[in-house]
Write a protein that binds this ligand. Structure first.
Ligand code: ADP
Ligand code: MG
Length: 680
């Protein structure tokens, strides 16, 4: 009897194995069939011929044509990967990850083997990787180690129309290396039709246009402006759900917080709906969403249900979600803005451009006719929206990029081949700040310190903080603080129904702390002491995900610190040392309290307030250093610590005099001009 049983168990196992293999095979076959349905597919051979014949090709095609997922595969299948890696850049990390995951499936390999991705603080590639998706910022960093991109046979600069800062800088670099690497193929791909500008810039490279398939999209406007677009978006979604035939909904919001609020509101409103209404499946997507949840937006909607994707701008062109019939567009995006005169930079919610609004509407008409609901008036669209989005290079701080270019030996930035040059004043401001940080000497050349700073994939101010921390004997603590401020996404969690508990838990981290930097250090150390326990995070209302990411980032920072020989030293409890190290990098980001209880930034005076999320929001110390400014209803300083003005004189004597900081009358005297002269 026993023998028989054994045999049948084995047979069953074998049967299961065979079934799984067949399922996998048919899954694989289905993916191949899907590939053949993409608009790109009929032009495969013509594209390969164009790439064969020309070193640089500009590719234009509607979102969803298959540019990102298919072209690198075609080149791989045609044998280019035998000559070197095929690289493909993406402006967004989520897109790089998600597209790489999809292509790995289509190729039939494990992600990180033949197909991989590389984003800041996360390298999912191996020696086997031949198709590499990466953020544009990561490719820029690769230039530091491999200035001729020798390990690549093809580089595709994708989503070129997005004109992110890093993509714009890449244009200049790849154009340059194409001249002395005739074997390197260069593809520049874009989702918008005006590709002439790219062609012209790349010495009149040929344009390959993939004929689009697109269904009509009806556009609806509101009759009057919406006071609360979040609420309006939720109401619109429910109206669609009740009145319109099947088809998924895509809502464009500006960031994680809004998306989570919208998700919450939708769940609340549908809770009472009877079972007659189809299920509403809510799928959020934004930069810090963990990868296991990212896949949800691509899952097919079951019959009878309706999917609502709530996305940031990432769904505008970077990711294509099949099945969207309805787009809801409140008309806003979060953008950085920079004032080179004052050196102030901030993130703010801004109206989109007409071009952006048109792209968003297009997402509704990919597979069938669709509808787009703009939550603003037709008049607004006509008269208030700019035609195009200003390239990021013209509205951001260039400190990081200038440091990187200097490390690449590119000294004459005024004559760098920018497609659209940044304002001269912005370049000057970056040079001046790098000089003040000690990264450049007075001839504008990279110093030894600057070279070490450039090794860190961080803002120069943060890099300087890390290197300076050795001197203040707190490099161990600063590695933690830098990791915590770099994770993006919130650390603290405050559910509405447990707000009091959450506040109590959070106050513990601030107790005795002299600012948010130390509080963040306390959070990490508390978690580490609990042996990185998830339970600990729940009990303390701290986001597990952010913490895990901070731990990873910290590990990488420690590795980089080892490489540039920053000694690991620690003096637990010396909070002054930590704050001095922060000041050593952030001496430009200081503010003094006014009589009104608002703050005035010390350099380039501007009125700012402490962000409501800060532990110092009620303490209001006289002098503070802040990590960043965010502009919402007001200009807020986020992540703030108390400092002593004497530290500034000690740390940055070239910028701060005792007299200026002590004597209120000395502060009134220079009317902008005087102060600017002193900075220069
Ligand atoms: P393009 O770059 O031209 O906008 P893509 O190559 O990104 O087009 O998309 C081609 C197809 O691949 C689309 O139908 C899209 O839905 C699908 N796709 C892309 N990424 C994923 C993913 N992570 N999961 C499932 N499908 C995906
Ligand atoms: Mg794409």
């Amino acid at each position: 009897g026993d023998l028989d049983l054994d045999e049948s168990a084995e047979a069953a196992e074998e049967r299961e194995r065979a079934a799984a293999a067949a399922a996998a095979k048919s899954e694989f076959e289905k993916l191949q069939a899907d590939r053949a349905l993409l608009p790109m597919y009929p032009y495969r051979d013509q594209l390969l011929a164009a790439v064969e014949a020309h070193q640089i090709v500009i590719i234009v095609g509607e979102t969803g044509s298959g540019k990102t997922t298919q072209i690198p595969q075609y080149l791989h299948e045609a044998g280019y990967s035998k000559l070197g890696k095929i690289g493909c850049t993406q402006p967004r990390r989520v897109a790089a990850m998600s597209v790489a995951a999809r292509v790995a499936q289509e190729v039939g390999c494990k992600l990180g083997n033949e197909v991989g991705y590389s984003i800041r603080f996360e390298d999912c590639t191996s020696d086997k990787t031949v198709l590499k998706y990466m953020t544009d910022g990561m490719l820029l960093r690769e230039f530091l180690g491999e200035p001729d991109l020798a390990s690549y046979s093809v580089m595709m600069v994708d989503e070129a129309h997005e004109r992110t800062l890093h993509t714009d800088v890449l244009f200049g670099l790849v154009k340059d290396i194409a001249r002395f690497r005739p074997d390197l193929k260069l593809l520049i791909s874009s989702a918008t039709l005006d590709a002439e500008k790219f062609s012209e810039y790349f010495d009149y490279a040929p344009i390959f246009r993939i004929p689009g398939r697109r269904y009509p999209v009806d556009i609806f406007y509101t009759k009057a402006p919406e006071a609360d677009y979040l609420h309006a978006a939720v109401v619109q979604t429910l109206t669609i759900h009740v009145n319109q035939p099947r088809g998924d909904v895509l809502i464009f919001l500006t960031g994680q917080e809004e998306i989570e609020a919208c998700e919450e509101l939708l769940k609340q409103k549908t809770r009472g709906m009877g079972s007659k209404m189809g299920e509403l499946i809510i799928a959020p997507i934004y930069a810090n969403l963990p990868s296991d949840l990212q896949a949800k937006i691509f899952e097919p909607t079951p019959p009878g249900a309706r999917k609502v994707v709530i996305a940031t701008n990432i769904a505008e062109t970077s990711l294509t979600i099949d099945g969207i019939r309805y787009v809801i567009d409140p008309g806003f995006v979060k953008q950085n803005s920079y004032n080179p005169r004052s050196g102030m930079e901030s993130l703010m919610v801004t109206p989109v451009s007409k071009a952006s609004a048109q792209q968003r509407a297009g997402r509704a008409g990919r597979t069938a006719p669709g509808m787009c609901f703009r939550l603003y008036t037709a008049w607004s669209f006509q008269h208030e929206l700019d035609d195009n989005t200003i390239p990021e290079i013209q509205r951001t701080n260039l400190g990081n990029v200038v440091l990187m270019l200097k490390s690449l030996g590119i000294n004459d930035l005024m004559n760098f081949d920018f497609m659209d040059p940044p304002p001269t004043q912005t370049l000057f401001r970056a040079l001046e700040q790098l000089y003040a940080l000690g990264a450049l000497n007075d001839r504008g050349e990279l110093t030894k310190l600057g070279r070490r700073m450039a090794e860190f994939p961080l803002d120069p101010m943060l890099a300087k903080t890390i290197i300076a921390s050795e001197e203040y004997k707190c490099s161990e603590e600063i590695a933690t603080v830098c990791a915590m401020v770099s994770v993006g996404g919130a650390v603290f969690y405050r559910p509405k129904d447990k707000a009091v508990h959450a506040d109590n838990a959070h106050n513990n981290f601030h107790r005795g702390a002299v600012g948010d930097h130390i509080a963040l250090l306390n959070v990490f150390n508390g978690w580490a002491e609990s042996n990185f326990s998830t339970q600990w995070c729940y009990e303390n209302f701290v986001q597990v995900r952010s913490m895990k990411r901070a731990r990873d980032v910290r590990e990488q920072l420690l590795g980089l610190m080892d490489r540039v020989e920053v000694q690991l030293v620690s003096n637990p409890g010396d909070h002054d040392a930590v704050r001095k190290a922060v000041c050593a990098g952030y001496f430009y980001h200081t503010a003094r309290r006014q009589k009104t209880d608002s703050y005035r930034t010390v350099k380039n005076p501007q009125t700012v307030d402490i962000h409501p999320s800060s532990g110092l929001r009620e303490v209001l110390p006289r002098w503070v250093v802040y990590h960043e400014l965010v502009l919402t209803s007001k200009e807020f300083m986020r992540t703030v610590s108390e400092i002593k003005p004497g530290w500034l004189v000690e740390i940055a004597p070239h910028l701060y005099s005792k007299k200026e900081l002590d004597d209120p009358s000395a502060r009134k005297m220079p009317k902008g001009q005087g102060r600017a002269a002193m900075v220069a």
